[in-house]
Design a protein around this ligand. Structure first.
Ligand code: ADP
Ligand code: MG
Ligand code: ZN
Length: 625
């Protein structure tokens, strides 16, 4: 809009210049529309002698004689510039009497032509220069305007409450979060009820949860349920729009929302703006701080009667500035959890409604098989299943489509086209069989659901172990079994070929990380019930790197030794199991080479019965690569 306007301004400018130019040119060259005839001076003298002239106009060096017979008929002759007209005629022998009878008009140089003649050559360059400068400035400004209007029209928060309504019914699970938010909706709908009793209405609510747990969805549902204007902006848009352009825009934003009160302002991915002040890695955080400060000031400035609630979402509450979490700001915090079995089933149901499904689809079963999946993963799963079905030209999605999609969502698409050499295929088979066998014979480990040597995503092959149930607590036994299982691939390679390959590096990395956590976070080692260091992620906060380390060099080396011991023990254990059950390793590997994939039941049959400890669980489905 703004750009359009300035474009027209520019056009007007150009138009004016053209018109002025035309006038100047006309003023300089235009002749009166008389019938003029250029003649010599003597001809005019002749006519004077014949008494045919009614009037002679002297216009600078022009002598314009008007004929008596026809007033529009003019004879024009030139005289010398500095000689007077009478002198000129006198010199050409016109008598004094005749001269006296002639009607002379001396024309002063006319306004327009005088000024154009004298000023244009001087002034025109200046005008052109000035216009040029003005034009340049104009376009520079336009550029700025464009940037601003981009921010405003494209990304400025607009009231989205009129869009298709999201309701709480579309958000499965998270009952506690819903309860909290229903209260917020109540506040917005009936503020009086709460004010009368003196209850303080919260100003800010922070939605916290892992990515894909439905924070954004939930915020939309709040807006839909409350039926009030809902202004939504993501943290990064916020930074883009406001950081560096001063706090006034933040003020404008809040003013806009307040004008529409009761209203909700939703800031998604709040961590982009609300990061710990003074903690940014790299420069440029001063501006961000200013913006954050302004948000705080605005929130403090809310009156009880303003009826504006700021909703924010983040998956990194730990990086948020503590000032944001103070009472009177985001004092309400609502946590969105990863869904449990029942909730997963519910989420699957919500999304399965949108696609045609076969009667055989058992969403409960899918829910059981997808621990650790977030709401977004589950939505994605259903979508992948639909794509699968469409690729097979099926009209409906069947259970198999969904089951096959689980691995795709977990590990990336299958790469059947990738060609193995025969050795590579064998090696992968022994590696995966190693994982599976160790998992089978260690206590408190998750049952093997599937073994495959078809590469997927980054993995050459994989052994999929999934917990029977969700679990929140882990045992030391479980961890040690997990470590041994991770070592299973490496150990099997070593056992079979007396050679190591790069294929195990990912397993080793995972194992090392887990061993470190066992020592440093869980107090499950010889070092006893202590934790060392801060959580890893604090490095990302941009806090001082050394700050996370709260132990001495001596302790550091003890930790390293302990980690190394744990890993060696795990490998030893894997080695014992594989040696003891070398026949099974052979059996499973050969079957894998033949069929490439072994399912849960087939594996159990080959091993001679289901895993003796199938009660094992884990919070997250962890494929062992
Ligand atoms: P977040 O903002 O927490 O990263 P989103 O709200 O963007 O997650 O969730 C992404 C998508 O996942 C949603 O659009 C929705 O389709 C699905 N989803 C996530 N959680 C749920 C849930 N609890 N119920 C239904 N669908 C969900
Ligand atoms: Mg989100
Ligand atoms: Zn592996």
């Amino acid at each position: 809009m703004r750009m359009q306007l300035s474009l027209t301004n520019k056009n007007i400018g150009i138009g004016i210049l053209v018109i002025v130019g035309i006038f100047l040119v006309l003023g300089m060259f235009a002749q009166p529309i008389d019938n003029r005839k250029d003649v010599s001076l003597s001809q005019i003298v002749d006519e004077i002698g014949k008494n045919n002239i009614s009037n002679i106009t002297v216009d600078q060096s022009d002598l314009i004689a008007t004929l008596k017979s026809d007033a529009s008929q003019k004879l024009v002759a030139q005289k010398e510039n500095d000689a007077s007209a009478t002198d000129t005629f006198r010199n050409l022998g016109v008598s004094e009497d005749t001269l006296k009878n002639l009607d002379f008009t001396i024309k002063k140089p006319s306004g327009v032509s005088f000024w154009t003649a004298t000023l244009v050559p001087v002034v025109l360059p200046f005008i052109l220069l000035a216009f040029f400068l003005w034009f340049m400035m104009r376009s520079a400004q336009n550029m700025g305007n464009r940037a601003m209007s981009f921010g405003q029209t494209q990304q400025g928060p607009v009231d989205q409450s009129k869009k298709k309504k999201t309701t709480f019914a579309q958000v499965a699970g998270n009952e506690e979060a819903k309860q909290e938010l229903i209260e917020i909706v109540e506040f917005l709908k009936h503020p009086k009820k709460f004010q009368e009793i003196g209850a303080r209405i919260p100003k800010g609510v922070l939605l916290i949860g892992a990515p894909g747990t439905g924070k954004t969805l939930m915020a939309r549902a709040v807006a839909g349920e409350a039926g009030v204007p809902f202004f939504s902006i993501s943290g990064s848009e916020f930074v883009e729009m406001f950081v560096g352009v001063g706090a006034s825009r933040v003020r404008d934003l809040f003013a806009k929302v307040k004008k529409n009160a009761p209203a909700i302002l939703f800031i998604d991915e709040m961590d982009a703006v609300g990061r710990h002040r003074g903690a940014g890695l790299g420069g440029g955080h001063d501006e961000r701080e200013q913006t954050l400060n302004q948000i705080l000031v605005e929130m403090d400035g809310f009156e009880q009667t303003d009826n504006v609630i700021v909703l924010a979402a983040t998956n990194r509450p730990d990086v948020l500035d503590p000032a944001l979490l103070r009472p009177g700001r985001f004092d309400r915090q609502v946590t969105m959890e990863l869904p449990d079995i029942k909730e997963r089933e519910a989420i699957l149901k919500i999304h399965a409604v949108k696609i045609p499904i076969e009667a055989d689809v058992d969403l409960r079963n899918i829910g059981e098989r997808t621990p650790g999946f977030s709401g977004a993963d589950l939505a994605n799963l259903i979508n992948e299943a639909a794509i699968f079905a469409a690729r097979e030209n099926k009209k409906k999605v069947s259970q198999r489509h969904i089951e096959d999609s689980i691995e795709k969502v977990l590990l990336g698409p299958e790469k059947r086209s990738k060609v193995y050499s025969k050795q590579e295929k064998e090696l992968t088979a022994y590696h995966e069989a190693g994982h599976a066998i160790v998992a089978y014979y260690t206590p408190d480990s998750d049952p093997v659901r599937k073994i495959s040597i078809i590469s997927r995503g980054f993995a050459g092959g994989y052994t999929l172990k999934l917990p029977e149930q969700d679990k929140r607590l882990h045992t030391k036994t479980g961890f040690l079994s997990e470590l041994a299982t991770l070592m299973g691939g490496y150990t099997a390679e070593l056992f079979k070929y007396q050679e190591l390959t790069t294929g195990a590096s990912n397993d080793l990395m995972k194992a090392t990380k887990l061993a470190r956590r066992i020592v440093m976070q869980f107090g499950m080692s010889k070092l006893g019930p202590v934790t060392f260091g801060q959580e890893d992620h604090q490095v990302f906060l941009g806090k001082d790197f050394s700050e996370g380390r709260d132990y001495s060099e001596k302790t550091a080396s003890m930790i390293d030794d302990e980690v190394s011991d744990i890993l060696k023990d795990a490998q030893k254990r894997a080695d014992e199991i594989i040696k003891e059950h070398a026949d099974k390793l052979e059996l499973i590997s050969l079957r894998l080479i033949e069929k490439e994939t072994i399912g849960q039941k087939e594996f159990a049959d080959l091993m001679g019965g289901i895993d003796p400890d199938v009660t094992k669980e884990d919070a997250v489905a962890k494929p062992t690569v």
